[in-house]
Ligand binder design. Sequence first.
Ligand SMILES: [Zn+2]
Length: 202
Amino acid sequence: LTGLQERLEQSTRQLSELEELLQRRELDRNEENDRVKKYEARLKDIKNNREYQALVREIGFAKKAGSELEEEIARLKESLGVRKEEVDTAAALVEEKKAALAAKKAEADKVVAELEQSKSVEIKRRDEVHGEIPPDIMSRYKLVRRRTNLVVVNVRAGACQGCFMSLPPQLYNQVKRVDALYTCPNCHRILYYEPQDEAVKV
Ligand SMILES: [Zn+2]
């Protein structure tokens, strides 16, 4: 869109430059036409043949200049027409892209609003669950949570699935027994064991 808008601005600038040039040439042509009229009116009053010839020559110059300007004006009008079409096309394209972008943004805004909504639902649910957890476990949880989003991880093949370090065999067996809450000695994440994890692996 930015690229299109820049091109449109450039074309619009060129268009107004052409319009100005056309206006200047039309003024020049009018001047030449006025000069011809003025000289032709003066012709009747001239008695001296030499002065008469000189004025006729001046009229010829002015007419020639006028018709050259006329040709240039026609050329300018033609390129002005082409340029106008370019500007109109570019402007229509810019409007089209703007509308498409606005539609995309509205869609994205809707998704964001929905996410915000479910986020607040989840936060509320989290706070409710937090209340049910013993304070000492909660403080262990919060300590790790400061570093990472992944606080509670399973163990698989004797390794913590948070940091992937092997656990001491005794600790691994304790975790597998699920008789208390254990944490990884390396990353301090809270560990849990799911038998099907190993079953899949074997
Ligand atoms: Zn770990």
